[in-house]
Design a protein around this ligand. Structure first.
Ligand code: ADP
Length: 609
């Protein structure tokens, strides 16, 4: 599959994106930003003005007058500081709200709406995992771009305005200071470039540590960790990740050693130069002692800003890279045609004919074809079994049947029409499927079954489906009945269903949807073979007037189907009814006999007990 290259935005473009989003969502943020900028730039100036006024008062003998001026200046300083602080606090909320309500929300919308093939393959998982870091926290990605770019703007405005004052005083000071600044940037560039070139070395251990952190809370991994004493292995891996991170971080810190030394040297040189020049100006009568204090203050603020500009810039680059990772995920292209449909209840009651024509498939990030030139046709209303050993490619065929992936080559035709021409939503409307590994979402039972908001669920239809699936009594016994949430993740009174009950809930959902194509991908694999066989026959009765596909690696479960496709290593090896395949005495029969032998032994053993 062709690798998508996304254009990476520069800092200014990313800052523009966050502020455009913020101002659109919160227009009140515009005056806030403006007021904040004025306060932040003028405060250091008022700060330098106060000691200058004191000196002027003392040297001119007009202490009273200047005390009054100082009082006014202090008052202004208090007001400016208060307003600045207030703006900062309000801005902080806007930075966070914008990140959550615009970028994080868009991320979630993209993740649940984009084609499944953009989220499942390993390379896509990595893109998604990095992308989420761009919107995941206060001190990274979008939010850091937003806070730091404002800080940087203050610094740049300060440099310009104070630089102008210094220029009017003596252009030589300004020239030397800019000279120092650019030399400093050059020295820092080595460290910044190192950080840029090794971004993966920074983010990878983080991503892996995050995975371990999530797994430490994962209840299903939690069982394995305890029973199979994986704690030590877990600790070992986490420890080695910390070491990798620490080693790399120390290397990076070392790169900043020379810039820090140069900062100190430049500070000394700058002070020496400024004092020499300014003392000379005082002695030659060009400026008085009060002006001397103002200029020294301005030079100090100016150098502080010049120092901050390169630090902020380096951090902003990092944040901007993370925000670009978010853009990269957002730019993942869908390959299916999407249309605006909201109903999940099938309205088209005529079951379709499905054809796989020369279908081959390779998962992204893998080289080995999982399906090789697969050809079959399922007639409308036909009941097909897809059987074969684990890893034969059955679930992959289900994913293709559900339009979660497109074939790498060949095509899938629905009533003679390419699957992609139908529109993915319209096609998926026809499908009712029970996957092996679905976990219901932690919303209410009714919303899960109806696939819509509570108010829109057809309760009568839902109860009928719950009865058919054998879960009605259980749901009725719950204090909040069908409005009970599943698990306590989103509601403290949520209900915990057993594995079997969950399976019934998923079945009720599939019946409610009433798709004209019914697919069962070994949802019963946790049951014993005899129980699975019985349930499959029950499901078969529900599949009336549907095109149905039953998947199993237990050949006895699907004997009843009209036709059986026996899949081996991504190819259809044999095809026919159970009787035909047994008569053929090929691989199907061989495996069927082996399996029945075990089942018979299993049943006999149980009977003996
Ligand atoms: P079955 O359902 O018959 O057990 P699957 O269709 O699940 O087989 O898997 C067929 C092959 O495809 C296996 O070798 C499996 O490792 C591989 N496979 C399944 N899912 C992925 C994936 N997301 N990425 C890469 N390879 C995969």
């Amino acid at each position: 599959m062709e690798k998508q290259k996304t254009k990476r935005n520069n800092i200014i473009q990313n800052a523009f994106i966050v502020y455009k989003a913020m101002f659109k969502r919160y227009p009140a943020a515009i005056p806030l930003v403006l007021v904040y900028l004025v306060m932040a730039v003028s405060l250091p100036f008022i700060n330098t003005l106060i000691p200058a006024m004191a000196i002027k008062g003392i040297t001119s003998g007009k202490v009273q007058t200047f005390m009054a001026y100082i009082g006014i200046a202090v008052l202004f300083m208090c007001i400016f500081s208060g307003v600045k602080l207030l703006c900062e606090k309000k801005m902080q909320m806007k930075h966070t709200y914008t990140r959550i309500s615009v970028f994080m929300f868009n991320f979630i919308k993209k993740a649940i709406n984009t084609d499944y093939l953009n989220i499942e393959p390993q390379p896509k998982q990595k893109i998604m995992g990095k992308g989420v870091q761009g919107v995941d926290g206060n001190y990274q990605g979008a939010e850091l771009v937003s806070t730091l770019s404002l800080e940087l703007l203050v610094v740049v405005l300060g440099i310009f305005s104070y630089g102008t004052v210094i220029f009017m005083l003596d252009w030589k000071i300004l020239l030397v200071m800019f000279g120092m600044f650019f030399t400093d940037i050059l020295i820092r560039n080595h460290a910044v470039k190192f950080g840029d070139d090794n971004r993966e070395s920074f983010s990878e251990p983080w991503r892996k540590m995050r995975y371990m952190e999530l797994n430490s809370m994962n209840v299903s991994a939690g069982k394995d960790i305890r029973i199979f004493s994986l704690k030590k292995v877990f600790d070992f891996h986490f420890d080695s990740l910390i070491t990798t991170y620490k080693n790399f971080r120390s290397k990076y810190q070392l790169k900043w050693y020379y810039p820090t030394l140069s900062d100190t040297a430049f500070n000394i040189a700058r002070d020496w130069l400024a004092y020499t020049l300014l003392i000379h100006k005082v002695l030659s009568g060009q400026i008085d002692a009060a002006q001397f204090t103002i200029y020294i203050g301005i030079v100090a603020s100016f150098s502080q800003w010049i120092y901050e500009v390169s630090m902020d810039f380096a951090n902003l680059r990092d944040a901007s890279h993370q925000f670009n990772d978010y853009h990269e995920f957002m730019a993942q292209k869908d390959v299916f045609e999407h249309s605006e449909t909201t109903s999940t209840i099938s309205t088209d009651k005529v079951p379709p004919e499905i054809e796989f024509r020369n279908v081959s498939f390779i998962y992204e990030g893998s080289e080995k074809p999982v399906l090789k030139n697969v050809n079959f046709k399922i007639r409308a209303n036909e009941k097909i079994a897809l059987v074969g050993n684990n890893g034969a490619g059955k679930t992959t065929i289900v994913k293709l049947l559900c339009a979660l992936y497109l074939p790498t080559s060949g095509e899938i035709l629905i009533d003679g029409k390419n699957i992609n021409e139908i529109g993915i939503e319209k096609y998926q409307e026809m499908i009712s499927v029970l996957f092996q590994d679905t976990t219901p979402i932690a919303i209410s039972v009714a919303e899960n079954i109806g696939g819509c908001e509570l108010a829109e669920v057809d309760r009568e239809r839902m109860n009928k489906c719950l009865k058919e699936a054998g879960l009605y009594e259980k749901v009725q016994s719950l204090p909040q009945k069908e409005e009970s949430f599943i698990t306590q993740t989103l509601d403290k009174d949520g209900v915990l269903f057993s594995g079997g009950e969950t399976q019934k809930l998923l079945l009720a959902k599939a019946i409610y949807k009433n798709g004209t194509v019914l697919i069962l991908d070994e949802p019963t694999s946790a049951l014993d073979p005899i129980a699975e066989s019985r349930i499959y026959e029950e499901y078969n009765q529900m599949a009336d007037n549907k095109t149905a596909v039953f998947i199993s690696h237990r050949l006895a479960s699907t004997k009843f189907c009209d036709r059986i496709l026996f899949l081996d290593d991504g190819q259809i090896l044999e095809e026919g009814s159970h009787e035909e395949l047994m008569k053929k005495a090929g691989k199907y029969k061989e495996i069927f006999d082996i399996q029945s032998h075990y089942y018979v032994e299993d049943v006999e053993e149980r009977n003996e007990q």
